[in-house]
Ligand binder design. Sequence first.
Ligand SMILES: Cc1cc2nc3c(=O)[nH]c(=O)nc-3n(C[C@H](O)[C@H](O)[C@H](O)COP(=O)(O)O)c2cc1C
Length: 112
Amino acid sequence: MPEKILIAYATKYGSTAGIATTLGEALGARGLQVDVRPVREVRTLEGYDAVILGSPVYMGNWLSEAVTFVRTHQAELSRLPVALFTVHMLNQGEDETSRAARQGYTAPVRTL
Ligand SMILES: Cc1cc2nc3c(=O)[nH]c(=O)nc-3n(C[C@H](O)[C@H](O)[C@H](O)COP(=O)(O)O)c2cc1C
């Protein structure tokens, strides 16, 4: 049985959905079984071996529905490998200020 991966994403205008889809296609091409779903459509993580979760940044924060997803599924997520990806326009550099800002985008989620 191939590993089954969930890619769950939040989006306002579609760019994060597009990235999630491309990621899903790339992992699928490597033989993994992948579901790509908006966070609001995910009811359970049962049956998945790992989760990739993505959100865009608005006004310095992940979208609230992505954070809610983590809260809702916190117990299951704590037992699975989880990768996060963040889509944003600012703070793209390798300088310390940009790095710190990027860390800040995911800090509330990583805490959970
Ligand atoms: C009102 C608004 C606020 C934004 N705030 C930030 C921000 O604080 N930091 C950042 O890096 N990008 C910011 N962005 C850029 C978005 O993160 C970027 O456009 C992202 O691709 C949107 O993803 P989506 O199409 O999946 O909604 C902002 C964009 C808008 C329109």
